[in-house]
Ligand binder design. Structure first.
Ligand code: FA5
Length: 353
């Protein structure tokens, strides 16, 4: 009987090893472990053997039974896994579509140059301890003008041609508009934090103006602000130079000249040499050789007050980078209107996913 048991063991293991379908394994299971299976038959036949033999054979037969059960379970598990793997292989989806599109000879996605430059600038400022803020496109007069030291009758309101939104119920000072600059976020940023702080705010600005090679109606700016104690014009110039150096990876020719913005005093225009024509004069720089890129200045005390900050105790600088123009300079794009054209021949020239 013992011999028969060990033969059954060998026979079972060989049969199990050759199977790879779940149904065949289940058949084998009933052949050995079923009610009328080979092991069950042996266990039943123990009642006819002498007690001495039964004492040896009984535990051995039960051990083999449980061993078979374990081997069958393991086998079923491994079949399940290979079935799943097979299914996964068949239904694999290339979520980047890269392989599919390459095979079909189609374009695959890429980052817009605005996104590439914005990410680069954000990384540079984050490394210098600045936060990155966001703000709404639809604003009211308070954030776009009033709080920035541009009262209702101020001629500076005409410096930026505004898209006003129809809102017959709006109160005085609450008329809604599409923000004409990202400086609105200076106010929002100040009201939400206590000095010292420093942040940038990249975003879209809207102006109702005629487009040309360097002007769009919908364009991107990047606001920056630093407020603390004893901040000086040299701090401002240091940050402006650092950003330009990091972005262009080389020294570019810059010129700083006085500039008027009601929200800064003193205010500056920071121009860079036009990198499209190398300063010779072209349609982007209007034949001047220079591109207005980075207006900036020391925050006006009235603006600090609008942001809930005491100008006797704190001061700071702010700037409004023309980030679309920076994109043009970095990539040698000779017309700002390409940025919004949606033309794949343009878009596909930049870094792909
Ligand atoms: C402003 O918008 C101020 N808010 C900037 C500022 C912030 C000054 C903080 C001082 C302190 P300006 O209108 O010059 O300023 O615009 C800033 C920059 O945005 C310009 O130098 C230019 O690079 C870019 N820009 C302005 N108008 C357009 C336009 N229509 N299309 C593309 N870029 C533009």
């Amino acid at each position: 009987m013992l011999e028969k048991l060990s033969e059954l063991e060998k026979e079972f293991e060989t049969s199990l090893g050759s199977l790879d379908a779940q149904a065949d394994v289940l058949n084998l299971k009933s052949l050995y472990l079923g009610k009328k299976g080979k092991i069950s038959e042996i266990l039943k036949s123990l009642k006819d053997v002498d007690p001495e033999t039964r004492r040896t054979l009984g535990p051995k037969a039960n051990e083999i039974k449980s061993n078979f059960q374990t081997l069958i379970n393991n086998k079923l598990d491994s079949i399940d896994i290979s079935v799943i793997n097979e299914k996964l292989k068949e239904s694999r989806i290339d979520i980047t579509f890269t392989d599919d599109l390459k095979e079909k000879g189609l374009f695959h996605g890429g980052y817009h140059p605005r996104t590439l430059v914005q990410r680069e600038i954000e990384d540079i400022f984050l490394s210098m301890g600045f936060e990155v803020l966001d703000g709404p496109h639809i604003e009211d007069e308070f954030y776009n003008f009033e709080a920035l030291n541009i009262p209702g009758d101020h001629p500076a309101r005409d410096m930026q041609d505004t898209f006003w939104l129809e809102d017959p119920d709006s109160e005085e000072g609450k008329k809604h508009l599409l923000r004409t600059h990202t400086s609105t976020i200076q106010i929002r940023g100040m009201l939400e934090r206590k000095p010292p702080f420093r942040f940038i705010a990249p975003g879209t600005a809207f102006r109702c103006e005629r487009t040309d090679a360097s002007h769009e109606m919908v364009f991107n700016q990047l606001e920056g602000m630093m407020v603390g104690k004893n901040i000086s014009v040299s701090n401002l110039i240091y940050f402006m130079k650092t950003i330009l150096k990091e972005i262009f990876k080389t020294d570019v020719k810059v010129r700083l000249r006085p500039g008027f913005f009601p929200f800064v005093e003193p205010g500056f225009e920071l121009d860079i040499e036009c990198l499209i024509c190398k300063g010779k004069g072209c349609s982007v720089c209007k034949q001047s050789g220079w591109v207005e890129l980075l207006p900036c200045g020391m925050v006006h005390p009235n603006v600090l007050k609008s942001g809930g900050i005491d100008p006797e105790e704190y001061n700071g600088f702010a700037f409004g980078l023309g980030s679309d123009r920076l994109v043009m300079m970095k990539y040698g794009i000779e017309d700002i209107r390409h940025l919004q054209s949606g033309d794949l021949r343009f878009n596909s020239q930049f870094e792909s996913y």
